[in-house]
Each structure stands twice: as structure tokens, then as C-alpha cells.
Design a protein. Structure first.
Ligand code: CA
Length: 244
């Protein structure tokens, strides 16, 4: 569903030696992923259970977590949520579960990306790279003034959104979608949003649709009849500034 081109030139020095925590209880698969990421230049550490994942999260302070869902002890999805409460580092789910509902729940609980097991190792490496680049770009932004309208206040420096007076718990992806649409000031197609938020390697309008749906749940008064992030039939999505 998501296709990726291999383009090693996209990888820059900032990703070198980034720390990736691999959470996986299947020993052989874990070793394979570990070897692949290590060969690709990452510093890696392994956790074989959810509880160990959280301990390593504190001790190792990874730049990214690759997280299995079916784990002994604490479930992967709970690990995802726990990490998201403490940090905004990218969390990529790596799971055998490939149903839409599984993915939606993972995005809802703070995952940035979702890889279904069986994907080529090259794809795993590429998507780890994409997530780290996005995180790095986000971290190097800042110092820009805020955006404000009668319902939405964005603090670009702190990367937070306050919706109708309440801090919104947006994932990195949701935040970037919202900011991209606000900054554009005109409709953006799903593929434009994909390129802007995920990167040129991605080719899945569905991914955009899911995350727009999640974003609406968090910022709209009525997510089924959105008034902020609206769909422009035939064009894509647009942010409409509310009237005072
Ligand atoms: Ca497992």
C-alpha cells in the first residue's frame, strides 16, 4: 500500500548514529531487524517485552522506537501511548496485524507510522530514515511567531496547538498536517500533503485520509461535519479560518 523508492542520497549525516530502540519478542526477527539497521549505520538496542521497552526508553534515550504490538506483558499499543506521553520521538509500529482498525488505533495512540510485517527490510530502513529526517527538520524549526484565529492557536516554537482554549494532544503527524494546511492557505491535495508531511518516498493517499480523520476528531466540534479542516471535492483538504 505504501510504496517507497530507494534513494540513499536522501539520507543525510544527521541520521548517522541515530539511536533506534527495537522492541520485538520474536528473537530471529529481532536479530534480523537489528542487523539490518546496524548495517545501515544506526546505533541499536533491543527490548523483548513491553516492560523492558519502557526501561530501555529511559536508559537508552532512543531517537526512534520500532515497536511490535504483540508483546509479552505490557501490550505494544500501551507502550506506544506511554512513550507518547513522555516524548515526541517517532514511534513506528512493526506488526503482523495489518487491518485498518489496528492501524487506526495505533495512530490514535500516538504512532507516527505503521509497517506490516513481511515488508522488505529495505523498506523498514527507508521508513526509519524518513521518520528521523522529519523529526530532525521539526526540531531545527522554531523561533517563528504564533498562529492564532478564534478557535486555533499554534505555537510554532513549542509545536503545540491549543483548540478552543484547550491544549490538543496532537501526534507529530497530526500537528504537521494542521500546520501545513494552515500555512498553505489554499487547498492541498493528498499527494501534496504526503510529500510535505511524510516525504517523497510515500505514495498512499489513504495514509493522509486516516490522519486527517484523526486530526478532525481532536480539533473539530463535529468531526463528521468538519468546519476547520474541510474536504474540497476533487482538490483535497483545506484549512478554513473560523470567524470570530
Ligand atoms: Ca510479537
Amino acid at each position: 500500500m505504501v510504496t517507497l523508492m530507494q534513494d540513499t542520497s536522501l539520507r543525510d549525516r544527521t541520521e548517522q548514529f541515530s539511536k533506534v530502540l527495537i522492541v520485538e519478542d520474536a528473537v530471529d526477527l529481532c536479530a534480523a531487524v537489528d542487523a539490518t539497521l546496524y548495517d545501515a549505520g544506526y546505533d541499536t538496542r533491543i527490548a523483548n517485552s513491553g516492560d523492558q521497552a519502557l526501561r530501555e526508553f529511559y536508559a537508552y534515550q532512543p531517537d526512534l522506537v520500532l515497536l511490535d504490538l504483540g508483546l509479552p506483558g505490557m501490550a505494544g499499543i500501551d507502550v506506544c501511548e506511554a512513550i507518547r506521553r513522555m516524548s515526541n520521538i517517532p514511534v513506528i509500529i512493526f506488526s503482523a496485524l495489518g487491518e485498518t482498525a489496528d492501524k487506526l488505533e495505533a495512530f490514535d495512540r500516538g504512532a507516527d507510522d505503521y509497517i506490516v510485517k513481511g515488508a522488505e527490510m529495505q523498506e523498514v530502513v527507508a521508513r526509519v530514515g524518513v521518520a528521523l529526517r522529519r523529526a530532525h527538520t521539526a526540531a531545527s524549526e522554531g523561533g517563528v511567531s504564533d498562529y492564532s484565529d478564534p478557535q486555533v492557536h499554534i505555537d510554532f516554537g513549542r509545536r503545540t496547538a491549543v483548540i478552543r482554549g484547550k491544549q490538543a494532544e496532537l501526534t507529530r503527524t497530526e500537528y504537521e498536517l494542521l500546520v501545513s494546511l494552515i500555512s498553505a492557505g489554499q487547498p492541498m491535495s493528498a499527494s501534496q500533503l504526503l510529500r510535505k508531511v511524510w516525504g517523497p518516498e510515500y505514495n498512499s493517499d489513504e495514509l493522509v485520509k486516516w490522519h486527517i480523520g484523526r486530526l478532525r476528531k481532536k480539533i473539530e466540534v463535529d468531526p463528521d461535519n468538519p468546519s476547520l479542516v474541510v474536504t474540497r471535492r476533487g482538490f483535497g483538504y483545506m484549512y478554513v479560518s473560523p470567524q470570530a
